[in-house]
Write a new protein. Structure first.
Length: 753
């Protein structure tokens, strides 16, 4: 009935259209009537649309051939062919579809569905055919063609994506390697095309082949192969890091940022230039968008990386590009030369580096001698992207104006910093940026605590916080309120000292053994502070007997002083109110600190004890029990006894404040011990991954300042997140919380003894 209606609906329907429709109808003869009816209605609509095209005879003839292969190809073909340019591309395109369908229908359907996307993102129309032929070649080259369908499907999706990092010839190489992987695991080869190839971003072809060899040889199980070639296993990443040649940006980005910041006088964000792929004028070099600096993921040497970063800093400094007289420069070569002149004027020591990497001219102390001599560009110059700069400025301005209405309490400089970081991460579309900004800010309270909530003795500090999505810090994001713990008289410490008198005396005695003598004597030395009578008598006896007199007749005294400081952070989160075996976690923690205080008083190591709790980023409270310069007197003991469970755990901010306090201490060895009963968590602290990444970053910052953090937790699930925060050697998970008072002194001895 449908076919008859189609034939009779219009006398203007061509014979080619009728044949295409009949072929499509025959292709669904085996399907249920309801399915086939819906399909044929769509086909009729597409055929009528095709009838309007000047290439209707080619399109309809090819549609008929496609229908003979499989009905699932028909509608995707009509949708795709509308976008395919005329001339001979339609025939080539249809031929590719048919050849792909011979090997795998799903791969052919994916090719058709991704064709409109590919035409938008590929540089040249002819690249559409190259893109398809590379997938076809993967089928034809593989010994077992049935194992390639997942990889080819993934290739059609990834290689056509707007964010694709690779040219088509690079994808051709990846498909060749996928054939090798497919011989072992179909799922692993799909993972390699979808994700794993990014692990090879910094590898050349020979290095990539060796990386694949390591995976094929070193993975025993199917799951191990999948994880390796997905790029998600530690073995996969370590293998890539071992093979990479040159200097990776990820290893030097922080150093380069500091160098650029010192030159510019303000923070500079450095990012991988891979996010600029597809930008007009971008050829893979260093670049700036007027706010961020983008560098290649790999450079032959750190010296060249440094020149790239500093040159871009000069361009950033003069955005829009002007010379010293304020004249706007438009010639790219002149812009780069001017930037080099200013760079050498500020940092004359870079002359050696510039001469090293500039084969065409060498200069002395006069940067004015830089000129248009020899080939350009120089290897450190990079790309001038005025369109990107204009787009970035317009985007930031537009979103700031929009945000001013909705987020009145956000400081403009904070908003611009967030937008700059998101742009640096690769997201540049205004609507997407606005949505991402909303997700970040909608649930955050930007009002500071009311003034009356703060006591006169409270000191406030502001700290940055790490945002894993931005891959950057939110500056002055959290406020620490350093308070004095309550000093109300209580007998908590007295009761502990009475109950545990024997244990405390034993621990004090053990710690006294760690305390060095003020002086150690070394006898029979060639020089010293006094004569060693025994050695002198022995030397005189030797001389009387005719032997040479020894010169080792002095005593030398060497002063030995223990040089260790420790900062204790005690978690006061609400969960420490939980009771285990009749005792609250907070009381066990306080007992452990009371014992440690007695031991450290005997030993003489400087120490500080602070409790911590939080309620949002503006209310991170640190309660001073004892600071480094304070005695462990009655007031300090009252403060320790008064510590009680309070709020939540914004761990990263607390660690940063403890790091700041430890930096003020002059000790050679500085230790930060954190007693906590749970994972990092606070209001507006993001999800678990956010909190963990910020805490991990704070601990890395502490280690970079020669401070040694150590976490002790009673959380049975602690292994899940502690492995992500710090290595296993820097944390302890207590099987029972009541072990803490005896474990803590033993642990401290091991850390410092």
């Amino acid at each position: 009935m449908i076919l008859q209606d189609f034939h009779q609906s219009s006398n203007k329907i061509s014979a080619a259209a009728k044949k295409a429709y009949e072929a499509a109808r025959a292709s669904v003869a085996h399907l249920r009537p309801r399915t086939s009816k819906g399909f044929l209605l769509e086909v009729e609509r597409e055929i009528r649309e095709a009838e309007k095209s000047p290439d209707k005879h080619i399109i309809l003839a090819e549609a008929k051939q496609i229908s003979l292969l499989n009905w699932a190809l028909v509608l995707p073909f009509f949708n795709a062919v509308k976008k395919v340019p005329a001339d001979n591309l339609i025939l080539q395109f249809s031929n590719l579809v048919q050849q792909l369908a011979v090997h795998d229908i799903d791969a052919a359907v994916t090719f058709l569905k991704r064709t409109p996307v590919a035409l938008e993102n590929l540089e040249d129309q002819q690249d559409l055919i190259t893109w398809g032929k590379q997938g076809l070649r993967a089928f034809e080259t593989a010994k077992d063609k049935k194992k390639m369908w997942k990889a080819v499907k993934a290739y059609f999706i990834e290689a056509s994506d707007a964010n694709c990092r690779y040219p088509l010839d690079r994808w051709s190489f990846f498909l060749e390697q996928a054939i090798r992987i497919a011989a072992v695991s179909v799922d692993a080869t799909e993972g390699f095309i979808q994700h794993g190839n990014r692990v090879c971003l910094l590898l050349n072809e020979d290095e990539t082949i060796r990386w694949i060899d390591k995976g094929l040889e070193g993975c025993g199980s199917e799951q191990e192969l999948i994880n390796y070639f997905n790029g998600t296993s530690l073995k996969s990443v370590e293998a890539s890091d071992c093979l990479v040649s040159g200097v990776p940006l990820k290893n030097k980005r922080n150093t380069l940022s500091m160098i650029c910041e010192a030159l510019l006088g303000q923070p500079v964000k450095l990012r991988s230039n891979s996010v600029l792929l597809g930008c007009k004028g971008f050829n893979g070099g260093a670049a700036t968008d007027g706010h961020n600096i983008f560098l290649p993921d790999m450079a032959p040497s750190f010296g060249l990386f440094k020149l790239m970063a500093l040159h871009q800093t000069m361009l950033l400094q003069r955005h829009p590009y002007t010379d010293l007289n304020g004249k706007i420069l438009t010639d790219p070569t002149q812009i780069h030369l001017d930037a080099d002149k200013r760079l050498i004027r500020q940092l004359p020591g870079l002359l050696h580096e510039i001469n090293k990497y500039s084969a065409d001219h060498h200069i002395d102390q006069h940067p004015e001698k830089l000129g248009r001599t020899g080939p350009v560009p120089k290897p450190w110059w990079g790309d001038i992207l005025p369109d990107l700069m204009k787009e970035t400025d317009e985007t930031i301005t537009a979103i700031k104006e929009k945000a001013a209405e909705k987020y009145e309490n956000i400081p403009p400089e904070l908003l611009e910093s967030l937008l700059t970081s998101m742009l640096a991460g690769g997201e540049r579309e205004q609507n997407a940026l606005w949505k991402l900004l909303g997700e970040m800010l909608d649930d955050i309270d930007f009002d500071s605590p009311d003034p009356e909530e703060l006591q006169e003795s409270v000191k406030t500090f502001f700290y940055k916080e790490w945002d894993r999505k931005l891959c950057d810090y939110k500056l002055e994001w959290c406020q620490v309120r350093q308070r004095i713990a309550r000093e109300d008289p209580n007998d908590f410490i007295t009761r502990i000292n009475d109950r545990l008198r024997g244990i405390i005396l034993l621990i004090r005695k053990q710690f006294m053994k760690l305390k060095p003598e003020m002086f150690r004597k070394y006898r029979a030395q060639p020089t010293g502070d006094a004569l060693d009578i025994d050695a002198l008598v022995e030397a005189l006896v030797d001389m009387r007997s005719g032997a040479p007199m020894s010169e080792n007749v002095y005593i030398r005294r060497d002063k030995r002083i223990r040089d260790v400081s420790v900062f204790f952070l005690v978690d006061l989160s609400g969960s420490t109110d939980e009771v285990f075996n009749g005792r609250r976690v907070i009381d066990v923690q306080k007992e452990a600190m009371a014992i440690m205080a007695e031991a450290l008083e005997a030993l003489g190591d400087p120490y500080a004890i602070y409790g911590f709790s939080s309620e949002g980023r503006f209310r991170v409270d640190m309660f001073n029990v004892k600071d480094f310069n304070e005695p462990y007197d009655e007031k300090a003991q009252y403060r320790l006894g008064n510590l009680q469970p309070l709020g939540l755990t914004r761990m990263g901010t607390v660690v940063r404040h403890a790091t700041y306090k430890l930096e003020e201490v002059s000790s050679t060895i500085k230790i930060l011990i954190i007693l906590t009963d749970g994972r990092p968590y606070d209001m507006e602290y993001g999800n678990l991954e956010y909190a963990i990444s910020d805490t991990k970053k704070a601990i890395q910052e502490a280690r970079s300042k020669n401070i040694h953090p150590f976490i002790i937790t009673s959380d049975k699930k602690g292994s899940d997140y502690l492995q992500m925060i710090s290595p296993q050697t820097e944390c302890v998970i207590l099987p029972k919380v009541e072990l803490l008072p005896t474990l803590l002194p033993a642990l401290y001895r091991r850390l410092t003894g």
